[in-house]
Structures are given as C-alpha cells and as structure tokens.
Design a protein around this ligand. Structure first.
Ligand code: COA
Length: 326
C-alpha cells in the first residue's frame, strides 16, 4: 500500500530562554500561577534581527539531512504559520529560496496550532496522488512578535520555534495511516488578531488600541480543545480499526498541561502515554508537534512500527488528528 512517510525530522529553537521568573518582571504574574494553570516553566524567544523563515529553513535543512535529501531536490515546501515574515508573499517562498529549491511549489497554510496536522494532511494527499515525492512540511511560529506583552492572560502561554518533516512515498506499510482535519468558524472570535488585515487595516488608532495582538477567550478555547481533540482522536482510531490501547504514544499540541491531562482522562490513558515538552517551550503553535517529534526521533524513542496519534486544536477554531505507523 502506498503511504506517505516521515523520512526525516528537524527542529530549530531560539537560544534565548525566558523563564517564568523573567515574566514576573514584565507582568503581574507568578511562577506558581503559571506552573499550576499551564505547566509551562520557560519558553524560547527569538533574538531581534532573525525571523520566521530563518528558523524554518534551519529546521527544514535538518529534516532533509535526516532523510538523506539535498534540500535543492525538494518539490514542495509547505509552511504552516500564523507569524509570517511579511503579510505577502508567503514565508514558504523565502524558505524555498534559502534552501535553494527554487521552482518547487511553496505556500503557507494558516491553521494556527493545528497547522502542522493540516500541512501533513495536504502533503499526504499530494504524495499518495503521485504529484510529489519530496515534500517538506514546516510548523514555525515566532509568537513573541504577535503577543501583547502587557496582557498577562496570553503572554505567559507562548514561545517561538520551528519543527519540520521530510515526507515521501513508502510502500512498506509504514507512514501516515490517516489524517482528519476540521474547522468551525463560529468559534473564530475566541482566538484571533482583529487588526492588520483587510477588515481593520493598520492605522495609528488601531495600533494605539493594541488591535494587532492575539486576543483570546482562554476558557472557551480550553473547553473546545479537550472536547474536539478527544473526538478527533476517537475518529482517527476508528478509521484505522484501532483502540487507544494500540497507540504507543500520543503526540498532542503542547498548549497547556491541564488540557493534556483532561484529554488523557477522556481517552482513558495514563499521562505516561502523552508526550510532554511544554514545560520547556510553552505553546509554539504549529511548531509544537514537529518539535516534539524531532526530540523523540533524535533521542531514539521512536521505533519502526510504533503507532503514534497526533492531535491539535487552535485558532479557527481548527483542529485535527493523525495516526502514524512510524
Ligand atoms: N498570572 C496571574 N493571574 C492571572 C494570569 C497570570 N498570568 N492570567 C490571568 N490571571 C488571573 C485572571 O485575571 C483571573 O483573575 P480574577 O479571578 O481576579 O478575575 C484569574 O487569574 C483566573 O483567570 P481565568 O482566565 O479564569 O483562568 P483560567 O483558569 O481559565 O486559566 C488560562 C487561564 C489561559 C491558563 C486557561 O484558560 C487556558 O489555558 N486556556 C487555554 C488557552 C490555550 O491553550 N490557548 C491556546 C490554544 S492553541
């Protein structure tokens, strides 16, 4: 059976660490509050002068290297991001140019924290259709540049980073067994940036009103995340004739430890089966799953045939799940 398979992974995270103690100096918060409500202890912040396409390119190069590919031979570059280098053109074209695969397909995909699963789903369809054999999917976010550093209810949650996978065809039975992607635009207001688009172009007033930063209704997002991710996981398992006991590891979007604990409870699995690195990176949006995957792969924690279950939910609301036979 022809499947798409992840043949290499890579990640690039900024060197600069911002701890909860550092945040205590910026907004009225405490390490204890942040750890108790989110599980996050520190996050990475990109240095001035570097941008989204820089981290994305580094992660993509490493993924290609792990796959044994020259980046110049990539046929399609998909960048999942809500923090593009510029509003236009796509960040993917800057990444493509830096990688040297000019002439390949290159585009961005906006599905926020679900962006990596959306990107994988598109890559999987391209590969199974025979359209491309060498696809790089990159989840990358420099959330520090769009977060309101005066809003303690959001600025404590996020971090910067990039993760990438090199995907190609495989007939051994290993690879992407299924992807399910969903959205419900009636929840768009729960997590959005009101300003800076066609609806509210940037003016001195919109800047003063801080309309160009993330606005979030945390409680609503929390409730939808648990419910919808659990449902997407059930759907993924059913589509593959699996039960949760067949899954070796759940690699979920790293937003908040309480969301992941509630998800584990709904799926009836112990937390040992849910990968966790949010304590070190915070919520890196579309980058969180590929960063986690790269850590697992490079630490030798993944074995051929392992069954992985991915799931994520974010702004849109957009969410999804995937089953991978590693
Ligand atoms: N430090 C200290 N106090 C804070 C705080 C902070 N960083 N942020 C908010 N608070 C305060 C609030 O002002 C509120 O105070 P009040 O009761 O005096 O009004 C209190 O803590 C409780 O706020 P609330 O928003 O109800 O807390 P919560 O338990 O819902 O936790 C989140 C807030 C953001 C941690 C939680 O809603 C969450 O994790 N939501 C999901 C968000 C997410 O993951 N989004 C991205 C998904 S991709």
């Amino acid at each position: 059976m022809l499947r798409s398979r992840i043949l290499g992974t890579g990640r690039s995270v900024p060197a600069t660490v911002m701890t909860n103690a550092d945040l205590e100096k910026i907004v009225d918060t405490s390490d204890a509050w942040i750890v108790e409500r989110t599980g996050i202890r520190e996050r990475r912040i990109l240095e001035e002068g570097r941008t989204t396409s820089d981290l994305a390119t580094e992660a993509a190069r490493l993924a290609c290297q792990a796959a044994g590919w020259d980046p110049k031979t990539l046929e399609c570059v998909i960048v999942a991001t809500i923090t593009p280098d510029v509003p236009m053109p796509a960040t993917a074209v800057y990444v493509q140019d830096k990688l040297g695969c000019n002439g390949s397909a290159a585009f961005d995909l906006v599905a926020a924290c679900a962006g990596f699963i959306y990107g994988m789903s598109v890559a999987d369809a391209f590969i199974r259709a025979g359209q491309y054999r060498r696809v790089c999917v990159i989840g990358v976010e420099i959330v520090s540049r769009i977060v309101d550093w005066t809003d303690r209810s959001t600025c404590i949650l996020f971090g910067d980073g990039a993760g990438a996978v090199a995907m190609g065809p495989d007939e051994s039975g290993r690879g992407v067994a299924s992807t399910h992607i969903y959205a419900d635009g009636s929840g768009a207001e729960h997590l959005h940036i009101p300003g800076g688009g066609a609806r509210m172009p940037a003016t001195a007033d919109t800047l003063r009103e801080r309309q160009h930063y993330i606005k979030m209704n945390g409680r609503q997002v929390f409730a939808h995340a648990v419910r919808n991710m659990a449902a997407a996981c059930e759907e993924a398992l059913a589509a593959n004739g699996l039960t949760i006991n067949d899954i070796d590891l759940v690699v979920a979007h790293q937003a908040n430890i309480r969301i992941l604990e509630s998800l584990a409870e709904r799926l009836n699995i112990p937390m040992e089966k849910v990968y966790l690195n949010l304590q070190y990176y915070g919520n890196t949006s579309s980058a969180s799953i590929p960063i986690a995957l790269d850590e697992l792969a490079r630490d030798g924690k993944l074995h051929p045939g392992d069954k992985l279950l991915f799931c994520a939910l974010g702004a849109g609301l957009a969410w999804g799940s995937a089953v991978i036979y590693w």
